[in-house]
Ligand binder design. Structure first.
Ligand code: NI
Length: 174
């Protein structure tokens, strides 16, 4: 069990597309375990490998993370891809473990079908709705170097960038 450090802007890795995993091996499975440990410890409902400094196309998700009254719903997805998205949209207040203290509304397709490789290297495909649809799209965006703040209006992005600069300055002086 290992909890990894979660990177934050302006770390340039967060803006870079992740590499596809060529072979699902023990190193990949160990990384996925660390990602789950890190996500549950935060706690957060989703995490992409790039957020722990590994720019590989891998995400983990559990919308019941941090809720002891609910059964876990863990997903680990290697090379995930949205293969279908609904026309109807949903707006949800999003946050991100890599973007502390920023929460804002993002509009996305309400339902998506996702294809990925599981931890055994088998191809899987599933339709996601509700919060899982939002979360899986947010995490797949990370594998493309996209942060949810990239969808915000210019005014809101400027406010967010000020926070990033302020936090970076505080880290340098502390
Ligand atoms: Ni995120």
């Amino acid at each position: 069990m290992a909890i990894r450090k979660i990177i934050t802007p302006p770390n340039p890795l967060l803006k870079q597309p992740s590499l596809k995993v060529q072979e699902v091996d023990d190193n990949i499975r160990a990384l996925i375990r660390d990602m789950f440990d890190t996500m549950y410890a935060a706690p957060g409902i989703g995490l992409a490998a790039v957020q722990v400094g590994e720019p590989l196309s891998i995400i983990v998700m559990d919308i019941h993370s941090g809720d002891k009254d609910k059964e876990p719903r863990p997903y680990a997805m290697i090379n995930p891809e949205v293969v279908w998205a609904s026309d109807n949209k949903v707006t949800y207040q999003e946050g991100c473990l890599s973007v502390p203290d920023v929460y804002d509304e993002v509009e996305r397709p309400a339902e998506v079908k996702v294809r990925w490789l599981d931890e055994q290297g088998n191809e899987r495909e599933q339709l996601f709705t509700g919060l899982e649809a939002v979360c899986v799209q947010h995490e797949i965006d990370h594998t493309k170097g996209i942060l949810f703040v990239d969808y915000l209006s210019r005014l809101k992005r400027e406010r967010y960038l000020k926070k990033v600069i302020k936090r970076a300055q505080q880290e340098m002086t502390s």
